[in-house]
Design a protein around this ligand. Sequence first.
Ligand code: FES
Ligand code: FES
Length: 154
Amino acid sequence: MIALVVNGKRHAVDVAPDTPLLWVLRDNLGLTGTKYGCGEGVCGACTVHIDGRAERSCQISVKDAHGKRITTIEGLAKGHPVKKAWLAEDVSQCGWCQPGQIMQAAALLREKPAPSNADIDSAMEGNLCRCGTYQRIRAAIHMAAREAGKGGVR
Ligand code: FES
Ligand code: FES
């Protein structure tokens, strides 16, 4: 059994130690908000926070995630400025890439509360969107930064 702390809750999972964290989140814990895209670390659909940093959960084994603080899209507060801005800007199209985009954006804003367009492009470049929502993603991140600056939840 491997112990994991996900969204503040402790879990014990009975899987091989080299199982990707993404499989465990989705198949063992039922946290299907985190998406499978490429499985190779190049699309960003599976992005979660590990100890507050955006990481690709398809590239991390449960063994390596043990003892760390894991947050998925389900664990990001409902009133989080990024979630609110995503709705306000109507960012999603098919939606598949969006949980990963949101997690990546939330991590960016934690590091850079008022990112420039260049900061956003650099932080988000590894999160692919086949529907081409990039302009709305950028607008939503700017909106979230403005709202967070007014004292919203981060
Ligand atoms: S599924 Fe993990 S980066 Fe694509
Ligand atoms: S919204 Fe469809 S892949 Fe990004």
